[in-house]
Design a protein around this ligand. Structure first.
Ligand code: NAD
Length: 490
């Protein structure tokens, strides 16, 4: 059993480095206990990690590794993730409080992402383009060198796999800075990668705060590209630094996704989708369907069904049998959720259910919050516009399609959306009109690693996942090669 004065190391240049200078405590949100302390990076450690990644990216061992050999390493990492599923799920559960079943599902999803990019690595080639003369013209793809990957705490395993696997498939070396709330899954994957034969320095894992480690990493002149997932404010700050440095960024940011129920929908199926779409993971999902628009004539019936289902959700310790919602990821985070629900009350919102901590002594030491449904707010209310990133659903009525589209798009975000309707022509029209990077029709939160993912508007720049997910981490190079010795200027 781990004692809580254990100090977790960072992974720099293939070595496990313990350093107390910026160390922080990892706290279990289910009970407030200290899990362990974690070594964290400041400027010096970031510089060492970037230097290691630069050498690794330039090394023959990595730069000239044949794609099928690189693919084998990535596939071995996938196998290692599967083989260490229980440890990885446990690490995520004690750090962000997600329920055991969801943690295990995210481990499986991370492994399949690594396996997918192993396949892409082996099959994705350069292109011969139509030439306008007696020469061969080609588009080849080169890595940026060092990619800085910066990730959030809500789904570290999947978010990190989505960045690191394609960045490595593309031939880069990576410095991964996981969230200070969830550093351990990344460290464990770092160990698995070394065991799988990834050359030293190709993946460095440096926990630390955004203010210190994250900023130092983005500003480091050795970094050639930044891939960030997190809040919109942090993304904007990172994009500002990258703009000064003239390096590319991929940004996966926040959301306030509209979930839409037309009166002709199968209401029971829609309600099940809406409840899962907001309350799974205690609402801490970038694609959470947090603004629900219901056609006015079924509003009462839908709210009643929603409340029944939300009240029946089992809020419990994350490892309890049958738990459906664990705590939110921290005490400060819960305080912010509570202040936003207070703001909803102050703006005239009616709390249909939840709006409080659970009345259960077993959960008192953790940062739990009940599934909450709010009605009676306008689309301009603060709670309806701001990302809460917690188990809070705001329900609003709409009258017709035009009214719906105007309200649904009246947000700075554009990450995801959902439509429930039996009318396929209407579903198609609305899907095309919504300003969102993902639209679900008669389903919600179905995701595939093969489908590009990202946000419109302030929800992001660029697309992760899919075959093109590798191209995010490469720059194209045009090569013109004369096929005729007579092709010489006179
Ligand atoms: P956050 O922005 O606070 O932090 C994300 C990461 O960025 C952390 O590792 C943090 O240390 C680092 N960071 C913060 N400021 C930085 C800076 N100035 N420079 C460099 N690094 C910095 O976000 P969070 O609270 O960890 O995660 C929740 C947010 O992430 C929500 O807004 C959610 O919607 C978003 N998210 C988006 C997606 C997506 O795919 N679009 C997926 C998951 C989460």
């Amino acid at each position: 059993m781990k004692s809580n004065d254990e100090l977790k190391p960072m992974l720099i240049d293939g070595e496990w480095v313990r350093d107390d200078s910026h160390a922080f405590e990892s706290v279990n949100p289910a009970n407030g206990a200290v899990n362990y302390r974690v070594s964290a990076a400041g400027d010096t450690q970031i510089a060492a990690a970037v230097q290691s990644a630069r050498s690794a990216a330039a090394s023959k061992a990595w730069r000239t590794m044949l794609p099928h050999v690189r693919a084998r390493v990535l596939a071995k990492i996938a196998d290692g993730i599967d083989a260490n599923a229980a440890e990885l799920a446990q690490l995520q559960m004690i750090e962000n409080g997600k329920v055991w079943k969801e943690c295990l599902a995210q481990v499986a999803s991370a492994a399949s992402t690594w396996r997918y990019y192993a396949a892409v690595c082996e099959t994705l080639g350069a292109e011969v383009t139509p030439s306008r003369g007696d020469y061969l013209s080609m588009t080849a793809y080169e890595p940026y060198g060092v990619v800085a990957a910066i990730t959030p705490w809500n789904s570290p395993l999947t978010m990190e796999a989505q960045k690191v696997a394609p960045a490595l498939a593309a031939g880069n070396a990576v410095v991964l800075k996981p969230s200070e709330i969830t550093p351990s899954a990344a460290l464990c994957v770092g160990r698995i990668a070394l065991e799988a034969g990834l050359p030293r320095g190709v993946l460095n894992v440096v926990p630390g705060t955004g203010a210190l480690a994250g900023k130092a990493l983005v500003a480091h002149p050795g970094v050639g590209m930044v891939s960030f997932t997190g809040g919109t404010a942090s993304g904007r700050a990172i994009a500002g630094v990258a703009a000064q440095r003239l390096i590319p960024v991929g940004l996966e940011l926040g959301g306030k996704s509209p979930h839409i129920v037309f009166a002709d929908a199968n209401l029971d199926a829609a309600v099940a989708g809406v409840v899962d779409g907001i309350f799974e993971g205690s609402g801490q999902s970038c694609v959470a369907g947090s603004r629900l628009f219901v056609q006015r004539r079924v509003l009462g019936a839908v709210v009643e069904k929603l409340a029944q289902r939300a009240r029946a959700l089992r809020v419990d310790l994350p490892d309890a049998e049958g738990a459906q919602m664990g705590p939110v990821a921290g005490f400060a985070h819960r305080a912010r959720i509570e202040s936003l629900v207070d703001a909803a009350r102050a703006e005239g919102g009616e709390i249909v259910c939840g709006g409080a901590r659970p009345d259960d002594a077993r959960l008192d030491a953790g940062s739990f919050y009940l599934p909450t449904i709010v009605t009676g707010l306008s689309n301009r209310a603060r709670t309806v516009q701001e990302e809460i990133f917690g188990p809070v659903l705001c329900v609003l009525p709409f009258d017709d399609e035009d009214d719906l589209i105007a309200q649904a798009n009246d947000t700075v975000f554009g990450l995801a959306s959902g439509i429930w309707s039996a009318d396929y022509q209407r579903a198609w029209r609305v899907a095309r009109a919504l300003e969102a990077g993902t639209v679900w029709i008669n389903t919600y939160k179905q995701l595939s690693i093969a489908t590009p993912f990202g946000g419109f508007k302030e929800s992001g720049i660029g697309r992760e996942k899919g075959v093109s997910g590798v191209r995010l981490y490469q720059q194209s190079k045009g090569i013109y090669w004369s096929m005729n010795p007579a092709n010489v200027p006179a």
